[in-house]
Design a protein around this ligand. Sequence first.
Ligand code: DOR
Ligand code: ZN
Length: 371
Amino acid sequence: MPRLITIPALVDPHVHFRTPGGEHKEDWNTGTQAALAGGVTTVFDMPNTNPPTTTLELVRAKKTMIEKTLTEYKRVLRYYFYLGATATNLAEIARCQNEIIGVKLFMGASTGNLQVEDDVVVEEIFRECGRLGIVLAIHCEDEAVLQQAKSDFVGTPTARDHGRLRPRTAAITALQKAIQWSEKYQTRVYVLHVSTAEEIELIKAAKAKGIAIFAEVTPHHLFLNETDLEHLGNLGKMNPPLRTATDQAALWSGIHDGTVDTIGTDHAPHTLEEKNLDYAQAPSGVPGIETYLALLLDANHRGLISLDEITRLTRTNIQRIFNLPENNDTVTIDLELVKIIRNEDMLTKCKWSPFAGKTLNGWPILAQIKD
Ligand code: DOR
Ligand code: ZN
């Protein structure tokens, strides 16, 4: 028997829809369909595109391209952009302030070429975002620690070594710096994809001191851990990497005690062909928007999270942190629908999911955009 109820539609504060330059992985026609299927009516799109979205002109050009695609395919989705921070575009932050949801800063190299390694420059970015009251969203992995881990590694790494090449200390070191600068410049800091128990502790302590820091966790860090690399191989390669079961438990505790503010999917599609390359060549990132709500509803079914917590983490907290306008978007869900995640059912252009084969109890049926 179906058990249908209606809840607020989700916001995904972290997606890579790949326009411009990565349209063979995703475009705004397929991305929109995947979002709506996942219960999402609002997305915040990342700037590690090709070219990267790092100036006001590039922000506007990206918007024009997206509007063209949405019109052509008659799709509707609410969307916002992050501006990518670089070593040389500090002045763009003020220029873009009315057209972006926040600034994205990579403290270490990941997909694309957007990392800012010089701490003097990074501090300036914190200062400018603090001055303007713009949210600074951070990929916390310290480049120097990543480089050291790479040079320490002996032999030929495989997907199972991804966590050794991108150790937890990289995330912890970067976060420690971010907390200091957030305090110094009163910058509202949004820590993307928190993956370790230590980060949860650091953020809890920073919040207790009144520092304006917010934490996001991803579904893949909540529902997978490093043991899944055995069967996933490169399909489980993402940055930051999958961690231990202990870390996973810490993320869940962080959800329940309020340290974790949001769940963002870090929807980062790459084609299977790209993922099937050797470990070193295969790009990091996994798609996630389409399974976002279903995984959480299944967790609700298993008693891991309440529906109120789901709405808080996927909607109301995001609205509050980013000062989003209100809307009445809804998603109808069926709490009794049991279905297996299958690659061939995916609407994302890359047509695979790291969760393929999992049976979930509870699925979105219809997401609706309303005024
Ligand atoms: O795994 C990741 N994939 N981490 C990132 O930081 C970027 C993302 C992507 O764009 O593919
Ligand atoms: Zn990302």
